[in-house]
Design a protein around this ligand. Structure first.
Ligand code: ADP
Ligand code: MG
Length: 279
């Protein structure tokens, strides 16, 4: 027995906006009153250093959970965003792939680590993944109900996306999971660049309805907020365009999860961090 819905943010290409999407989507959903757990599965630990920079000192991290078969519930640390917790990456993350290679049932280690009654209160688990299709990322796909694929507006995104799609297909057939692609999200959208239109047209032609209707616009705040250890909701004021983009992304995520028969508790109005009452 584990958490509600698990969504992996994946694309084996680096620098396409996975971590930015994972962190701000998780924060946006938590602001709507959902209990969210972000699991950092990237060897670089970017999401961890954005949300809880001192979590590298946490004795139990995701790497340890996967290497020593410890429950992910033991790795959970709170973030400054109410409703959002983090399972931090950890320094030994780079060893995980090598270690998993010799483990029996190696594609399902993360799935097992998530199967814990203590994780049941989470409505949504978001997995931030590494920029390659190794065992760590395969574990993320196997452990997820859905995959969300950020695609940046650059030349030739199709080759990588085809590889990702084939991998997913293989995982479904060979490991026997029913993970589906929830959608493709355009990132770093710059309407002044012709390439944006070209990439968007190509993706819509290939993926049709699977494309999210709104992308994430290019925005220097997405570059700046991580160094302040803030989500876009903390960094931008009300009406900021990064916030706006992520509210629309959350709306669409909710719509698609609902259409896929995934239950989320009713949405609450956007909350500003409330003081925690002593119990
Ligand atoms: N919409 C955006 N506009 C501007 N910069 C962005 C945007 N999304 C991401 N970035 C920046 O691009 C870089 C790569 O993004 P990141 O989310 O870390 O990608 P990934 O996790 O796929 O490697 C980071 O410096 C990030 O701050
Ligand atoms: Mg990343």
């Amino acid at each position: 027995m584990g958490p509600g819905t698990t969504v992996a943010v994946a694309n084996q290409k680096g620098g396409v906006g996975k971590t930015t999407v994972a962190v701000n989507l998780a924060a946006g959903m938590a602001r709507r009153g959902r209990r969210v757990l972000l699991v950092d599965l990237d060897i670089q630990g970017s999401a961890t250093s954005i949300l809880v920079p001192n979590a590298v000192e946490h004795p139990i991290d995701v790497a340890r959970c996967l290497l020593e078969k410890v429950s992910l519930a033991d790795a959970v640390v709170p973030t400054t965003q109410p409703g959002l917790d983090l399972a931090p990456a950890g320094e030994r993350m780079a060893l995980v792939d090598l270690h998993l290679a010799s483990v029996l049932g190696r594609e399902r280690v993360l799935e097992r680590a998530l199967r814990d009654a203590r994780l049941k209160p989470y409505d949504l688990v978001v997995l931030d993944t590494a920029p390659y299709l190794g065992l760590l990322t395969l574990n993320a796909i196997v452990a997820s109900h859905h995959v969300l694929v950020p695609v940046s507006c650059e030349y030739l995104p199709m080759l990588g996306l085809k590889l990702l799609r084939d991998t997913l297909e293989n995982v479904r057939e060979q490991v026997g999971t029913d993970t589906t692609v929830l959608g493709y999200v355009l990132t770093m959208v710059d309407r002044r660049e012709r390439i944006t239109e070209e990439v968007e047209a190509l993706l819509r032609q290939t993926f049709g309805e699977r494309m999210f209707p709104h992308g994430i616009r290019v925005n220097t705040h997405h570059k700046a907020s991580p160094s302040h250890h803030q989500t876009i909701f903390d960094y931008e004021g009300k009406g900021g365009k990064g916030r706006e983009d992520f509210e629309l992304l959350c709306d669409e995520l909710e719509r698609r999860l609902e259409a896929a028969g995934r239950r989320l508790p009713p949405r609450m109005p956007s909350i500003s961090p409330a003081p925690i009452e002593p119990s």
